[in-house]
Ligand binder design. Structure first.
Ligand SMILES: O=C(O)C(=O)C[C@]1(C(=O)O)C=C[C@@H](O)C=C1
Length: 373
């Protein structure tokens, strides 16, 4: 005779299976509605695209996208997290842009670098991303029109400014259309996702340097093989079941790998700020940043005089950076980020006053202020 406890367990398991099937039917019904609604939304976006094409307006409207994200965030009562909701809507809006007009985005490569990750997070995955060998190439691709936007790093919270990017703004007519903060953190990724399976680790030399203590503590016997890029470390890991790669968490999705361990770097995590460069004038959102570059006259107190209008018009400066002009010894370009949009009267007045005092001044763009993290 069968043990009564066993029959009870079997019955409970049958019940659960039946319940899961039922709930999955409900999910299928919801998915049907979602697909219909997403396509309905895309039809409307297509109409907007036609209207934009008629009046010669650009496809991407960062200010509108910001407002859409803010609105759905305010509507949300959970359980979906704010981040997950943002990701869903960013993908939907990327699909809208794609059917309005497919975009190409140049980024400082190679593939799977943090610039690539930041670009994908900003634009969504449906855009075509074109890897570039240098910051100059990323600017050039957008300037000659083969890409709509470029994504380049501009500063790191620990290592400071990325000088190549700042210097390019002197030569280039491109503007800053948006900014994106990306946490720089390393994960260990493998096919199985299990620490005990790992016999070899592939990484770019920087990955090994940044994660030395963790590797020594948890995988002291494992062979380390340096690769020319994170992309090649990931490719090799895909082909080697007992290997792992050091890369960003997002690279796990990109290469269909599993996370063995997260945040394995020795030092505190740092953040890089990336700029989205293009030709657009971005409308005001009410939560913006404006960037300008200038050269002051060579007289005592000149920098003080140039910055004074900010105090006079109550404008908050959030960054000041300097770079040699390379035309004359000890002469500098200053880069300033201030809060507000060039259409805000106090920002406009400030920039105009500054322009009167400066030897050279260039407006680099007003764009929505990004949230760190
Ligand atoms: O509102 C627009 O301008 C649209 O084209 C629609 C939409 C969206 O999907 O919500 C798509 C692209 C724009 O960047 C902004 C918003």
């Amino acid at each position: 005779m069968e043990h009564p406890e066993n029959t009870q367990k079997e019955k409970a398991s049958d019940d659960s299976e039946w319940r899961i099937d039922l709930l999955r039917n409900t999910i299928d019904e919801i998915d049907e509605k979602l697909v219909r609604l997403i396509n309905e939304r895309l039809e409307v976006a297509l109409e907007i695209g036609r209207a934009k094409a008629q009046k010669g307006a650009q496809v991407l409207d960062s200010a509108r996208e910001y407002r859409v994200l803010k609105r759905v965030e305010d509507l949300n009562n959970g359980p979906i997290s704010k981040d997950a909701l943002h990701q869903v809507f960013k993908q939907i809006m990327a699909a809208s842009r794609e059917i309005q007009k497919p975009h190409r985005v140049a980024y400082l490569g190679p593939e799977a670098t943090f610039t690539h990750i930041a670009a994908m997070k900003h634009f969504g995955r449906t855009v075509s991303f074109v890897s570039q060998p240098s910051i100059r190439d990323a600017f050039n691709e957008v300037e000659k029109g083969s890409c709509h936007y470029g994504v380049v790093p501009v500063e790191n919270s620990i290592e400071g400014a990325i000088n190549h990017t700042l210097d390019m703004f002197f030569e280039s007519e491109l503007k800053i259309c948006a900014e994106k903060y990306q946490t720089i953190s390393h994960d260990l990724l493998s096919k199985t996702g299990t620490l005990n399976d790992i016999r070899k680790i592939y990484s770019h030399q920087q990955g090994f340097a940044k994660c030395r203590s963790w590797l020594q503590k948890y995988l002291p016997e494992v062979a380390l093989e340096e690769c020319g890029s994170t992309a090649s470390a990931l490719q090799k890991t895909l082909q080697t079941p007992d290997a792992a790669a050091i890369a960003s968490n997002e690279a796990a999705h990109l290469y269909d790998l599993n996370v063995v361990a997260s945040r394995i770097e020795d030092a505190v995590r740092n953040t890089t700020r990336f700029l989205i460069i293009g030709r657009d004038d971005v409308p005001r959102t009410g939560r913006d940043k404006t960037s300008v570059m200038f050269v002051t006259p060579h007289v005592p107190g000149a920098l003080f005089e140039v910055l004074k209008p900010m105090a006079d018009y109550s404008v908050n400066m959030v960054k000041l950076e300097s770079r040699p002009t390379k035309h004359e010894n000890w002469s500098y370009f200053f880069f300033v980020d201030i809060e507000g949009h060039i259409e805000d009267s106090n920002v406009k007045e400030t920039v105009e006053k500054m322009r009167e005092i400066c030897l050279y001044m260039k407006f680099l763009g007003s764009y929505p202020r990004a949230i760190e993290g």
